[in-house]
Design a protein around this ligand. Structure first.
Ligand code: 1GP
Length: 270
């Protein structure tokens, strides 16, 4: 296993108050022509990270990563749906534990299946507490993992789940509303979780506009992940990458660290 290069990059950016952006690619939806045009757009506007993963088993992960790494200047991070979605070609792996669920297979089972091969590889492993929150429709994560999402208004449960993950040693917390969610994770949930943990926070699911992405950053997300929107129209990537850049440039002038976030929770407005 590699040292913590990617994780250090995340911590450093966070320290500098710099928000990060990840494009999620589902290998199942990446055929030759689609892959070529996607890579062309990513080459022009590389995000900080390209997450690779999906709900289905895919044989094409190795090839897709090879092509992306040759052409695109982004770190490639595995975001696996199960133990089979592993590749030596990736820079890092989010070693996900579905802490919102009570299915042992997604808390430790899949991990045991892939442990040996991961340990022998050069891929950096980032333990990640993965918390599924209701997003207005049944998500594929919910269906495949046979778990239930936490209701979005159960903020104390969501907070405690994030804290428990951190206490168990997770290096990242991922708040997930599910791919194509009708409602992304709310600003309130992001804000409260951000204030309860000290590890970096990833937010994804149903974020389909720059405004929603910036809302997530303002509430305390360190990394925003978008997949579905780009599956429909990959040319939109540059709009989002540029929006993160100008957000970071603006913030550089006003804030020096992540504690000074500009979203103010309604409860604490005097
Ligand atoms: C899903 O968080 C990711 O696992 C991204 O969600 O596909 O809705 O952007 P979308």
């Amino acid at each position: 296993m590699k040292q913590n290069t990617i994780y250090r990059k995340i911590l450093l950016n966070r320290e500098l108050g710099k928000k990060m952006f990840a494009v999620l690619i589902d290998p199942e939806k990446c055929n030759g022509r689609h892959l070529a045009s996607m890579v062309a757009y990513l080459k022009i506007s590389p995000p900080d990270f390209i997450f690779i993963g999906g709900s289905h088993i895919s044989n094409s992960i190795n090839n897709i990563i090879e092509v992306i790494k040759e052409e695109v200047d982004s770190s490639v991070v595995l975001f696996p749906g199960d133990a089979s979605q592993f590749s030596d070609n990736a820079d890092a792996l989010l070693f996900l534990s579905l802490t919102s669920g009570r299915n042992p297979d997604y808390l430790i089972g899949q991990h045991i299946k892939s442990a040996n091969i991961i340990k022998q590889s050069e891929v950096e492993v980032i333990p990640t507490g993965y918390i599924l929150i209701e997003g207005g429709k049944l998500s594929s994560v919910e269906y495949i993992s046979n778990t239930r999402a936490i209701p979005s208004d159960q903020i104390e449960i969501i907070k405690s789940t994030a804290i428990a993950g951190e206490l168990l040693g997770m290096h990242l917390t991922y708040l997930e509303a599910g791919s194509g969610a009708i409602q992304p994770v709310s600003k309130d949930v992001i804000f409260r979780v951000h204030n309860s943990i000290s590890t970096p926070l990833i937010v994804g699911g149903g974020i389909d506009s720059v405004e929603k992405m910036l809302n997530a950053y303002n509430a305390g997300a360190d990394i925003v992940v978008i997949g579905n929107t780009f599956e429909k129209d990959f040319s939109k990537v540059s709009e989002f990458v540029n929006a993160v850049k100008s957000y970071n440039n603006k913030e550089e002038g006003t804030h020096n660290n992540n504690n000074n976030i500009s979203y103010i929770h309604p409860d604490i407005i005097p």
